[in-house]
Design a protein around this ligand. Structure first.
Ligand code: C2O
Ligand code: CU
Length: 476
C-alpha cells in the first residue's frame, strides 16, 4: 500500500476534539484477563509513601493532592527550598488497578501557576495537564482530575508549567497501575531515579544560567533515589522474586544501569507488559522512560543497582559506577520461584504513512532556541493524524545533543535498524534520539485529542522544543 500523505495542518484555531469517549483499547494486553478470579491483595509496596484512597468504592481511587513550597531534605544537613506534593518528595505513589477511576482533587498552594500531567496515561486530553488546553491552576485554586486508567503499567506525574524548575524542585510522583492477572511478587519496589544540581549547602543552582545547562539540559551533581542522596538499604530473602518499577525523573540525564548480585528480566516498559520478557546486562533509561523488572534473589549477599555516569578525570571522560540502591539478601538456601507474568499480544499493524520531526537549534533574539521542524514553540500543530492511524514517525536529530522525544496520550514501538539503541522492544511513550542520527518509531495514534510532543530534556522543551500533534476523532 502506498504511504498516505500527511494532511496539512488545520486552521490556526485548533479544534477541541471530544473527550467523552471510552479510553483507547486497541493495544490492551489480554482482554480475557479482565474477568479473572478476585485478585489477591497486592504485594507490599516499598518506595515513596502511597496516597491513601479516600473513596470506599472498590474501583475508584480518590485523594487530595496539594503542591506547596517546602524545605526539602536530601540528606542530613542538606536542604533546599523546593516544592512538594503533599509535603513529600517524591509525591505520593498512586496505586490502582486497570479500569479504576482515578480522582485527584488537586490544590495549588504554590505562588505560581501549575498543572498536573499524567505521563504515559492514555487519558482524555483535557485531563492531561496540557496548559494549552487546561487553564493552569492558579495559586490557591483547585482542579479535579478524573479519568479511567486505561492500562496496567508504571506511569508518573509531574507539572507541565515551568517544568524544568517545578520538577527539579520536587514535584513528581509515580503511578502504579496493576492488572489483576499479574502474579504476586514478594514485594514491589518503586525507584524514582533523579539527579539534582546543588551547591555545598544544598541550595539549587539558578536555572538556565549556564551554557552546559542550555546545551544539554540540567544535569545534576548528585544522584537521588526516591528523593534521597543515600537511599535506604532494602531487605529481602534469598528465593524471593520482586517487581521493581524504575522511573527516570531527571531533567536531562540518560541513565545507564546495572544490577549486581541478582538476576533480572525486563517485564514491562512505558506502555506496560512486553510480548516477551528479556534479559539485559545494562539498561539505558532516558528521562521520562520506565522499566519494570522481575528481580530474582538467587543468592545471598548484597544486591546493588549501579548508575554508570561519564565523569571527567583529567582530560579524559571515563565511566564511573555510583550505587543508587541496595538490598541485603538473607541466606535461606532457597531457589527463586519463577513467576508467570502476563504478556502483551504482538501488534500487527502496518504503517499508514510517515511523518517527520527534525530536532535542531538556532540562535534566537534571546539566546539559543531548540527547534522542532525549524520552529521554536510552534503554536500550530506540527502534524494532524486521524484516530486509529499507524504512523512511522521519523525522528531526525540534526545536531549533536541527544533528545528524548516524548509524545503524550499515545504509545509507539521503536523500529529496529540494527543499532543496539533501537533494539528496545515494547511500547514506549519516550524514545532517545542520539545526536546526529535518525530513529524511527511506529506510533499507534488511537487516542484522539491535542497532544504535546516534545523533548523531555526539560530545558530543551522550555527553550522551544515543545510542539503539538492533533489526532482527530474518527467519525462515530
Ligand atoms: Cu513527562 Cu510532557 O511530559
Ligand atoms: Cu532535547
Amino acid at each position: 500500500m502506498a504511504p498516505r500523505p500527511i494532511r496539512p495542518s488545520p486552521s490556526p484555531t485548533p479544534r477541541r476534539p471530544t473527550t467523552q469517549r471510552p479510553p483507547p483499547t486497541q493495544l490492551a494486553a489480554d482482554p480475557s484477563a479482565v474477568d479473572a478470579a478476585p485478585p489477591p491483595p497486592p504485594a507490599p509496596l516499598i518506595g515513596p509513601a502511597p496516597a491513601a484512597d479516600t473513596d470506599p468504592a472498590p474501583d475508584v481511587v480518590a485523594f487530595d493532592l496539594v503542591a506547596s513550597v517546602e524545605l526539602v531534605t536530601l540528606a542530613d544537613g542538606l536542604r533546599y527550598s523546593g516544592m512538594a506534593y503533599n509535603g513529600q518528595v517524591p509525591g505520593p505513589t498512586i496505586e490502582a488497578k486497570v479500569g479504576d477511576t482515578l480522582e485527584v482533587r488537586f490544590t495549588n498552594d504554590l505562588d505560581e501557576p501549575t498543572t498536573v500531567h499524567w505521563h504515559g496515561l492514555r487519558i482524555p486530553d483535557d485531563m492531561d495537564g496540557n496548559p494549552r488546553i487546561q487553564a493552569p491552576v492558579q495559586p490557591g485554586e483547585t482542579f479535579t482530575y478524573r479519568f479511567t486508567l486505561p492500562e496496567a503499567g508504571t506511569f508518573w506525574y509531574h507539572p507541565h508549567v515551568r517544568t524544568n524548575q517545578q520538577l527539579e524542585k520536587g514535584l513528581y510522583g509515580v503511578v502504579v497501575v496493576r492488572d489483576p492477572a499479574e502474579p504476586r511478587p514478594a514485594a514491589e519496589r518503586v525507584l524514582a531515579l533523579d539527579d539534582i544540581l546543588i551547591d555545598e549547602r544544598g541550595a539549587l543552582y539558578p536555572f538556565l544560567a549556564s551554557h552546559p545547562e542550555v546545551m544539554h539540559g540540567r544535569n545534576g551533581n548528585v544522584l537521588l533515589t526516591n528523593g534521597k542522596i543515600e537511599a535506604d538499604v532494602g531487605a529481602a530473602r534469598q528465593g524471593d522474586v520482586e517487581r521493581w518499577r524504575l522511573v527516570n525523573t531527571a531533567n536531562a540525564r540518560t541513565m545507564t544501569l546495572t544490577l549486581d548480585g541478582a538476576s533480572f528480566r525486563v517485564i514491562g516498559t512505558d506502555g506496560g507488559p512486553l510480548v516477551e520478557p528479556y534479559t539485559a546486562d545494562r539498561l539505558q533509561i532516558a528521562v521520562g522512560q520506565r522499566y519494570d523488572l522481575e528481580v530474582r534473589y538467587d543468592r545471598p549477599g548484597q544486591v546493588v543497582l549501579n548508575s554508570h555516569v561519564p565523569v571527567l578525570e583529567g582530560d579524559q571522560v571515563v565511566e564511573r559506577a555510583f550505587p543508587v540502591y541496595a538490598v541485603d539478601v538473607e541466606d535461606t538456601g532457597a531457589g527463586p520461584v519463577a513467576l508467570d507474568w502476563p504478556t502483551a499480544a504482538p501488534i500487527d499493524r502496518a504503517a499508514d504513512g510517515e511523518a517527520e520531526l527534525r530536532f535542531n537549534a538556532r540562535q534566537g533574539a534571546r539566546g539559543l532556541e531548540w527547534t522542532l521542524n525549524g520552529q521554536a514553540h510552534p503554536m500550530e500543530p506540527l502534524h494532524t493524524f486521524s484516530e486509529g492511524d499507524t504512523m512511522t514517525l521519523v525522528l531526525i536529530n540534526e545536531a549533536g545533543p541527544e533528545h528524548p522525544f516524548h509524545l503524550h496520550g499515545q504509545f509507539f514501538e521503536i523500529v529496529p535498524d540494527g543499532r543496539p539503541e533501537t533494539e528496545q522492544p515494547g511500547l514506549k511513550d519516550t524514545v532517545l534520539v542520539p545526536g546526529l542520527s535518525t530513529v524511527r518509531v511506529k506510533a499507534y495514534l488511537d487516542n484522539p485529542g491535542q497532544w504535546m510532543a516534545h523533548c523531555h530534556i526539560l530545558e530543551h522543551a522550555e527553550l522551544g522544543m515543545m510542539a503539538e500533534f492533533v489526532v482527530e476523532p474518527a467519525a462515530e
